[in-house]
Every structure is written in C-alpha cells, then in structure tokens.
Design a protein around this ligand. Structure first.
Ligand SMILES: Cc1cc2nc3c(=O)[nH]c(=O)nc-3n(C[C@H](O)[C@H](O)[C@H](O)COP(=O)(O)O)c2cc1C
Length: 391
C-alpha cells in the first residue's frame, strides 16, 4: 500500500491543508501530539516576537471517526490566524484592491525571480505565498501522523541541532539522551552549557540585520532491517530520505551518516564491521560503529538510521541585499518582511517530520494491511523471521 500526502494553501491565505492517503484503518489520531509537534515547529528563538505566541491548531475534515482512522484519506485544515489581516490581499474570490501595488523587487535567495519567470507573474506576491516555509506546517501534521503510526513498530524519530552559524554543539551522549535533551531546549540543542553562546551569536547577528544557518541531525531509533531496496532508484531508502529532506525550503545539503566525511576516510576507517550477538533482539547481527547511517544498498540494516542536514542562512535580511526592480531596472535593496534570523531549530522539526514520513511509507509498503491489526500481524511475523536468524 502506498502512503502519500499532498499539501495546499498559501502563507497568508485562509489556511493550510494536508491530505494523507493510504493509512490503514484503526490508527488512533492523538491531536494533542499533533499540536505539540506544531508548537515545536513554531519555535521561539530567532523569531519575531509576535509570532512566538501564536499557536497552530488542526481541524480534521475527513478520514477519522471517534479518534480512529477509517482507511479513507485523512484531511487536516490549519487555519492561518493572520488571514483576517490579509483578506483584502488574499481572498481567493476577491478582486484586485484599488491602488494595489505589485511586488516587483525579487529577494536574492528566494524563489521570487525564478518563480515569476516560470509562471509569467508580474506580482511576486504570487510566488512568495506558496514558496514560503509556512507550507511546512502542513508537512509537520503529516510527520506527526507518521510518528503515531511508527510508534506501533517501536520506532522513534527525533533529532538535535548540531551547529548554528560558527557554534558547534558536540558530545558523546547516546542518541536517546541527545534527542530527549534537545526536545527540552528552545534551540533544539542537547548541551545546555552551549545555549548562552548560541543565543549570543543569534542576538549579535540579528542586531547587525543579518541571518544564520546551521546543521541538524535526525535519527530514527528501532528501525528493523529490510526497509527500502536497491532494485530501483526510487525504492532506495537513502534516496527517499534525501528527496524529502532536500524538499524542505532552505536545506542545501543532506548526508546519510558520515556521508561527506567518508570521502576523506579509508575503507577500513569508514565501513561498519558486522558482529554477531545472540542476545540482541530482534536481529542478532549488529555493527560496532554506525558511520554508514544505518543504510546499505538502499536498505535499512537494523542500526539507527541517521541523517545530517545543512541549512543555508535565512535569505530575508533586515539590512537588505542588493537586487534589481524588474519593472524600473533600478538597483535597489531587497524588501524586508517579518522574518526569522535563524530557523535551524524549526527546520529540525520539519526534518524529523520528513524522516518519519519516509519511514512510515516504508513500513506501510512492507507490511501492508487494510486495518492496523493486519499490518501489525504482518510485522509480528517479520519479527519472528528476524529472530530465527539466531539459529
Ligand atoms: C521552518 C522554516 C522557517 C523559515 N523561515 C524563513 C523566514 O522567516 N524568512 C526567510 O526568508 N526564509 C525562511 N525560511 C527559508 C526559506 O523558506 C527558503 O530559503 C526559501 O523559500 C528559498 O528556498 P531554497 O532555500 O530551498 O532555495 C525558512 C525555512 C524553514 C524550513
């Protein structure tokens, strides 16, 4: 069974929507959990003060009855709280307001110029509205539902911010500790001793009218071996993770495990040697190290699946980059519209959502079923099969 999602909606329009198709019947939809993920996505640090206190709430339009999925497509609507201030500009059935001024100054680093060329728009507003990262709120709903589904297979997806600008947060703690600590941090970092340093650099850069990027790591714990496949390009688990993570606005680099560092290592220094441990469940073959990120030949190997993403600095700068007004051809400074200084902690939550989504697709495909009980029966059979490798 194929799991799919599709989002619709504009940043300042009536709201965002996500339709999730292909889930089995009988999955409990915990709305509190979805709201908690949306709260994490909104973040607080590096944001404009007004945005900090707004919350996102979902309305369920279809696919769920008495908190359980029905096997039909799920539809969630997330109203845009700001819409009331934008109705004149964004009413889907409205008219162009009198004396309306089109936006004709494209911002470097955004979809503005290429988007208006592609769609033959004269008003950049048409591009901004959909290219904006507001769309990721809908993806986080899909990701939260994916996490609820994955919990039935003992899979946890989490992550942490590993660097913001020049500040790197390192440590030898285990995955679980790092993820749990990062969840409690407004910056998404697992070392509380580094919070002040990170805050200082964000504040300094904000005061200078500039922005920052950084890196985050997402890990999936408890993934069984055998998800994904080498048989076709699009069935490779690493390729699917790369696709969805690179589809997040601002993400410019994705590596599976120590992917980029691997280029500098010898084979003997990089590859994860196989060991046999009959006490390990469900699969008794494991690795001493996990530099490969838990995937070989496009298939999960039973280790933690982990991925690192690089995010570029936010392209909307208060101090304004140079650009050209496409109408007058004058050299001007790019417009500044309310914007984050650094969105890496927020992008981490979107990254988790996309990793959870890809894994949910893989579990769905491998274990099938019309109802969750059928899916889990098939999963249980697979666990028995893996256990038998001990013999
Ligand atoms: C969660 C999140 C929040 C973002 N917030 C902003 C923002 O406030 N201002 C901004 O200019 N870009 C922001 N971005 C990045 C832009 O959306 C992105 O750089 C832009 O759409 C261009 O896409 P590209 O970088 O993938 O080419 C954010 C990205 C994410 C994932």
């Amino acid at each position: 069974m194929k799991l799919e999602f599709r989002t619709a909606g504009e940043s300042h329009g009536p709201g965002m929507m996500v339709i999730i198709d292909g889930l089995p019947a009988g999955l409990t939809i915990d709305v509190e959990f979805i709201h908690e993920e949306l709260r994490r996505r909104r973040g607080g640090v590096g944001r404009s003060p007004r945005m900090e206190w707004e919350t996102d709430q979902v309305e369920i339009i279809g696919g769920v009855r008495w908190k359980k999925t029905l096997g039909s497509p799920l539809a969630f609507f997330i109203p845009n709280r700001d819409y009331e201030n934008w109705t004149a500009l964004m009413d889907p059935l409205g008219e162009v307001p009198p004396r309306y001024e089109e936006i004709t100054v494209p911002r470097p680093g955004h979809a503005d110029l290429s988007g208006m060329v592609k769609y033959r728009f004269t008003d950049i507003r048409n591009v901004i509205e959909r290219a904006s990262a507001r769309e990721t709120v809908a993806r986080c709903v899909a990701g939260a539902v994916a996490k609820l589904f994955l919990a039935h297979f003992g899979v946890t997806v989490g992550g942490f911010v590993e660097s913001i600008g020049p500040v790197v947060i390192g440590g030898e703690e285990d995955w679980h500790t790092k993820i749990m600590r990062a969840r409690r941090s407004p910056l998404g970092i697992f070392d509380p001793a580094k919070e002040e340093e990170v805050m200082e650099i964000i504040t300094k850069v904000r005061d200078e009218g500039d922005t920052l990027g950084g890196r985050f790591v997402v890990a999936a714990l408890g993934v069984v071996p055998g998800l994904g496949s080498y048989v076709r390009p699009e069935t490779r688990l690493d390729a699917s993770l790369g696709f969805y993570l690179l589809s997040i606005p601002g993400i410019k680099g994705v590596e599976i495990g120590e992917g980029f560092r691997s280029a500098f290592l010898r084979g003997s220094e990089f590859h994860d040697e196989i060991v046999y441990d009959p006490t390990r469940a469900p699969f008794p073959f494991l690795r001493r190290t996990n530099r490969g990120g838990g995937i070989e030949g496009g298939i999960s190997n039973g280790e933690t699946v982990w991925i690192r993403c690089s995010m570029k600095p936010i392209p909307t700068l208060r101090r304004g980059l140079h650009t050209v007004d496409v109408r007058s051809k004058e050299v001007v400074q790019a417009r500044y519209e309310r914007s984050d200084v650094c969105a890496v902690p927020r992008a981490l939550v979107v990254g988790e959502a996309m990793v959870a989504w890809v894994l949910a697709c893989s579990y769905r495909e491998k274990f099938g079923g019309d109802s969750l009980s059928e899916t889990l029966a098939s999963f249980s059979d697979y666990l028995t099969y893996l256990e038998n490798w001990k013999k």
